[in-house]
Write a protein that binds this ligand. Structure first.
Ligand SMILES: [Mg+2]
Length: 344
């Protein structure tokens, strides 16, 4: 089955807009504990303003997107501007400029730990591949959706994800986590449902575990499979809580990415339900939400997203996202034509 251009663009835009929904719903709850979330907001099921003393989200309006969506769109434009392969210098400059812009806007939600460390190293003269040597947190996975839009789920997707991770997250854990997410998005853009995409993503994730520098930590493919098996069995709210207590919701890729897959499964692929589950988890709620909802959007298509909630997003330009989705879809189609890949 060959996927039509319209379907590719529709699911690509849904991956971007879905990610923005999960990001914005989790914006006021990120970094907090489940108890602090309940005390500050009750159960979060719609966009709310962060508390005045929130460490990084204070001052943002309800529905505001954060670094997850902004860096996703940024990576998308760098992919388009890279002529052949991936332009690392352009990418690093884009990240540095982005952080300066956040500071200028009075924001507190700056570059994450791996990206920050890598850029500091590059500024000291360390080569990009070496700078990302210890980057194992979830920054690569949170912004990887455009790569999954641009390429069909083949070995070339794995290679391109690894390339985009090279400067900041050049580790087995971060690359395999990003590959798992990108493959889900790529399968969704090809018209696959989330359940059918899971085995493809797990295979790609396993393959990617030989990319980058080895760092100690739970194996991502095994942990995603484990989180999904726990989600299948978790029927009560206590069992769901126990699931996330075990899997973890920190910025560690091997926690938050398996958690995002569990969220997707518990929501049965429904984007808004996934956003609500993620926003109340505690820990890296916005990133888990962004990842889960990007995968849900890609697999469900634009119609599956709540239009009223997209209309309330702050900082997300739907037309700009559509242009990006269209340009990435064009790249995907030329790639498929060039390689005669039958997608879908
Ligand atoms: Mg964020």
């Amino acid at each position: 089955m060959e996927t039509s251009k319209d379907t590719i663009i529709d699911h690509a835009l849904a991956a971007l807009a879905g990610g923005a929904l999960g990001d914005a719903l989790g914006m006021p709850t990120q970094l907090l504990s489940p108890k602090q979330i309940a005390e500050s907001y009750g159960n979060v099921d719609d966009f709310v303003a962060p508390t005045e003393d929130h460490p990084v989200s204070k001052g943002l309006p309800p529905g505001a997107i954060t670094d997850d969506t902004e860096q996703t769109l940024l990576l998308g434009s760098v992919l388009l501007d890279s002529s052949g392969g991936f332009d690392h210098a352009l990418w690093i400059k884009a990240l540095v400029d982005w952080e300066e812009d956040i500071r200028a806007r009075g924001g507190y939600d700056l570059l994450g730990p791996s990206t920050k460390r890598a850029i500091d190293a590059i500024n000291r003269g360390v080569a990009p591949g070496e700078a990302g040597r210890y980057g194992d947190t979830n920054g690569a996975a949170m912004r990887v959706a455009p790569v999954g839009i641009m390429l069909p789920p083949t070995q070339e997707l794995i290679a391109m994800v690894a390339e985009t991770c090279r400067s900041t997250h050049n580790t087995t854990i971060a690359i395999s986590a990003a590959v798992a997410v990108a493959t889900m998005v790529s399968c969704g853009v090809a018209g696959m449902k989330w359940r059918d995409a899971i085995p493809v993503a797990l295979d790609a994730c396993r393959t990617a575990e030989s990319e980058g520098s080895w760092v100690a930590g739970g194996r991502v493919s095994a942990r995603i499979a484990w989180a999904l098996s726990l989600a299948e069995k978790a029927t009560s709210s206590a069992e769901r809580r126990a699931l996330f207590d075990l899997v973890g919701t920190s910025v560690a890729s091997q926690e938050s990415v398996p958690a995002a897959f569990a969220v997707l499964a518990l929501a049965d692929g429904n984007c808004w339900q996934a956003a609500v589950i993620a926003a109340n988890l505690g820990g890296d709620t916005d990133t888990i939400g962004a990842i889960a909802c990007s995968m849900a959007g890609a697999c469900g298509g634009y119609e599956s997203l709540p239009a009223d909630k997209i209309g309330k997003l702050v900082g997300f330009d739907l037309n700009k996202a559509k242009n990006l989705a269209t340009a990435l879809a064009d790249r995907r189609l030329s790639h498929m034509r060039a390689h005669e890949v039958r997608d879908g």
